[in-house]
Every structure is written in C-alpha cells, then in structure tokens.
Design a protein around this ligand. Structure first.
Ligand code: 16G
Length: 242
C-alpha cells in the first residue's frame, strides 16, 4: 500500500519509489525485524513492476542494511543492526532507518580542557576547550552503545544544545560532517561498559574511533564508540585492486 501511495505522488524511477516505500514501512514499524518479504516474482506481480525493478530496489535496501537476503530462503527485514562501514551516518540516523527510537542517557555533558589524547586527535593546542559527551545510547529500550565524544568548543558553544543527535546539531550550525577517518577493533567489555550495556562482563564488542571533518577541512569530532557485538553487523562493499 505504501508503494501505491508513493507511486502516485512522485516521478522518481519505479525502483527508487519501491525502495523508499519499503524503507518507510520499516521505519514506521509496519514491517518488523525478521519479517519475510514476498518473493521477487510475487512482489513484481502484486505491484505490476518488472522483476528487474524489484531486484534493484531490494539490492539497494540490502546495501543500506535495511534488508538481508539469505540464499534460498528469501529476503527479510534485518534483525541485527546493519551498519554500512563506508557511509558517514550517525547513531540517530542508523536507528531511525530501522524503525527504532534512538535515545541517549548523558553521563557527562560538559566543557573541559582537552586531554593530550583529544588534543592530538583533534589537532588542538594544549589548553584548548572541548565539549565532552559521554553517552549511553539506546535503540528503543535496549542499550546498544557507549560513546565518548569531544567537539572543539568554538564549534558547539553550549553543550546543552546537544539533546539528541550530535550530527543534527552540527548540521544546524552549518558544520555538516563530510568525511571521517575511522578505526575499528574488537574488544571485551570492561565492567563499567558491561554494566551500562546490560551484558556480561567480557562480552564481545566493537570499539570504533572516528575523527570527522567538515567541508573546510576542520576536525569537528573525536568520538570513541563501543558497540555491542551481539547487536551489530558492519558491512562494506569491497573492490578488487585494478
Ligand atoms: C555514530 C558515530 C559517532 C557519532 C555519532 C553521532 C560510529 C561508529 N560512530 O555513533 O562517531 O558521534 O554516531 O550520532 O558510527 P548522533 O548524531 O545520534 O549523536
């Protein structure tokens, strides 16, 4: 039904309309995690579209992490959160795309002098001020990640401005993240992380470090994130060397 509605009010190519319609249904929770989609052939028949169109729409949604395809079994709404490694997305954006309700509990939100590590990561001089966030991040009711961010204080003057999404605030301030350097490694959660994330101490997690730039080349964030290993898949498309 979502498809029929969108088909009427846009002029985008059919595969893009279908891709958007399925995405909207997942965002609204009409199609929940694990939900099996009709086969490609069946969808094409129901919507009076070509199979090529349907295939293209589904492939795009798999790439976005909204759907997963299991060989021989079909196409499903992804159960784990699939995070594309090659896209500069935010926690809030990733979760909304999955129909989950992002929420954060702040353990710290303050202005302070840079630590030597932050100064190095952000290219700041000793004594510079940063806005520091330490957040426990939830998807609907489940804790999914712990995150420590440092943002130069001349970019976000008042830490209280950040209530939900850091990236939305940066965008509003005209400092949209355009590029980032990211490092990922496996960790076992320490006692504090495990307590916050409500998993046993020593559980597997992914530690990510991101340094993000805006269009003029300035660094705007240094964030260390600890994502639950049992909730996330990180995916990327790889190209062979020429
Ligand atoms: C993601 C980013 C983090 C960024 C945050 C902003 C990874 C590994 N990390 O968690 O660097 O600060 O999103 O999210 O993806 P927000 O806009 O919801 O605050």
């Amino acid at each position: 039904d979502e498809y029929r509605r969108q088909a009427e009010d846009t002029h985008a190519p059919a595969y893009l309309r279908l891709r958007r319609a399925i995405r909207t249904s997942v965002e609204r929770g009409a199609l929940g995690p694990g939900h099996a989609l009709p086969s490609e052939r069946e969808l094409a028949r129901q919507l009076e579209l070509s199979r090529v169109t349907v295939r293209k729409a589904l492939a795009g949604l798999v790439e976005d992490g909204v759907l997963t395809q299991r060989h021989g079994a079909g196409t499903f709404v992804a159960e784990r959160i699939v995070k594309p490694l090659s896209k500069l997305t935010s926690f809030t954006g990733d979760l909304r795309a999955r129909g989950l309700n992002p929420r954060s509990v702040f353990m710290e939100r303050e202005i302070g002098e840079v630590t030597p590590e932050e100064a190095m990561a952000l290219n700041l001089s000793p004594g510079a001020l940063v806005v520091r966030l330490y957040r426990l991040r939830y998807g609907s009711d489940e804790p999914l990640a712990v995150e420590r961010s440092a943002i130069p204080q001349d970019i976000v003057n008042d830490p209280e401005m950040i209530e939900d999404s850091l990236y939305e605030v940066l965008e509003k301030l005209g400092c949209r993240p355009v590029r980032a350097l990211q490092r990922l490694r496996a960790v076992n959660f320490n006692a504090e992380q495990a307590r916050l994330l409500d998993v046993p101490e020593g559980s597997a997690g992914l530690a990510l470090e991101r340094r993000t730039f805006i269009a003029n080349g300035r660094l705007v964030e240094y964030t260390r994130s600890w994502y639950r290993g049992d909730a996330y898949d990180f995916v990327a498309e790889l190209q062979g060397e020429p």
